[in-house]
Design a protein around this ligand. Structure first.
Ligand code: KG4
Ligand code: ZN
Length: 337
């Protein structure tokens, strides 16, 4: 039987990505990053759209070449319809629609956050797939959620952030320390050399399974401002300890809520997804948690941050249900879960 071959396209923020997937296996997953935003300290939407425009054709071409597949081998085109930056989403959606008309192929509209969760169902020798139901802690630059996953297409949010996302907490704290965007990976890097208990930052007291990270950012801002008044070199001298302490606080907030979610749902399978799941402190804390009778699933590194393989796997499951998209659909900056 011919395998199910899906082309996934992702363009919701500042990564242009395309992937060819065959029966849940990734044949190629090409990701073009956009360095242009570094000097602005954050993603500039208009520049992101323009970079997607220049990247999309070569990225799709490259992914088909690496997969050793032709356009004619495809069964469907899955693309991110939201949530994300509208101008950025528009590039992937227009390209996907054009291809669908040209090749007479069905379209599948993909929810970016649900796709992050399904990165766990990609078949890859380097990762194991969780059984259902499982809990997924989805932590990215724009979202922080705990999701109960009953089946690939049955996902329900049981906790989410009331203000900043975990990735934002990393990036904004990094900015206060004078680190370039995106600061998350840099905090992770410097934290390796630092003492996580040297500085104590506040953890919010939020009921239930919701999160809050805006207090931490303010805490870091005032603390650093006061210390710099006493010693202008404070940040450069203490950088590793500051990074380790900030990372420790964010990870502790996340781990405490995930423990609570396990208690409340009785589900002992924990997966993480989204860009922050690349964080080594979070990965380590989850591995420690695994010692307490729960099973932990950490995606392969390239499936953590934004990528099109996760879009293709979501497309795979929607295709099996014949849930196809329409040429009339427009990208959604906000997209209910
Ligand atoms: O999922 P993602 O690639 O894009 C969004 O959909 O937002 O997540 C990007 C976020 C950024 O905030 C980035 O700083 C964070 O993930 N991130 C990290 C690490 N790698 C990426 N945060 C902490 N440690 C890392 N190693
Ligand atoms: Zn994402």
């Amino acid at each position: 039987m011919k395998p199910l071959t899906i082309l996934g396209i992702e363009s919701s923020c500042d990564e242009t990505s395309a992937s060819v997937m065959e029966n849940r296996q990734v044949l190629s997953n090409v990701i073009a990053n956009q360095d242009i935003h570094i000097k602005y300290g954050g993603v500039v939407p208009e520049l992101a759209s323009r970079a997607h425009q220049s990247n999309i054709v070569p990225v799709v071409h490259e992914t088909l070449t690496r997969a050793n597949r032709k356009m004619e081998d495809l069964d469907a085109i899955a693309y991110t319809i939201g949530p994300g930056l509208v101008g950025a989403l528009m590039v992937g959606s227009s390209f996907a629609k054009g291809l669908s008309i040209g090749l007479n192929l069905p379209l599948v509209e993909v929810h970016h956050m649900k796709a992050h969760v399904l990165s766990h169902l990609i078949v890859d020798s380097a990762q194991k797939n969780p059984e259902f139901p499982f809990l997924c802690l989805t932590v990215s630059g724009g979202h922080t959620q705990i999701v109960v996953v009953e089946s690939p297409l049955n996902q329900k949010i049981i906790g989410s952030t009331r203000d900043d996302a975990a990735g934002e907490a990393f990036d904004k704290s990094a900015k206060i320390l004078g680190l370039p965007y995106p600061g998350g990976p840099l905090i992770d890097k410097y934290a390796k050399e630092g003492d996580p208990f040297k500085f104590k930052f506040t953890e919010p007291d939020i009921e239930g399974l919701d999160f809050s990270f805006s207090g931490l950012k303010t805490n870091v801002l005032y603390f650093v401002r006061d210390q710099v008044k006493l010693n202008p070199d404070f940040v450069s001298i203490e950088l590793p300890h500051l990074c380790a302490s900030i990372q420790h606080t964010i990870v502790s907030i996340l781990i405490n809520k995930i423990k609570k979610a396990m208690d409340e749902t009785g589900i002992k399978r924990i997966a993480i997804a989204g860009g922050v799941s690349a964080n080594s402190g979070l990965r380590r804390a989850l591995m420690d948690l695994q010692k307490d009778d729960c099973e932990v699933f950490i995606p392969k590194f390239e499936y953590c941050t934004d990528n099109a393989a996760m879009i293709a796997i979501y497309g795979h499951y929607e295709f099996l249900e014949a849930n196809f998209g329409s040429l009339e659909s427009i990208p959604k900056a906000r997209f209910s879960f």
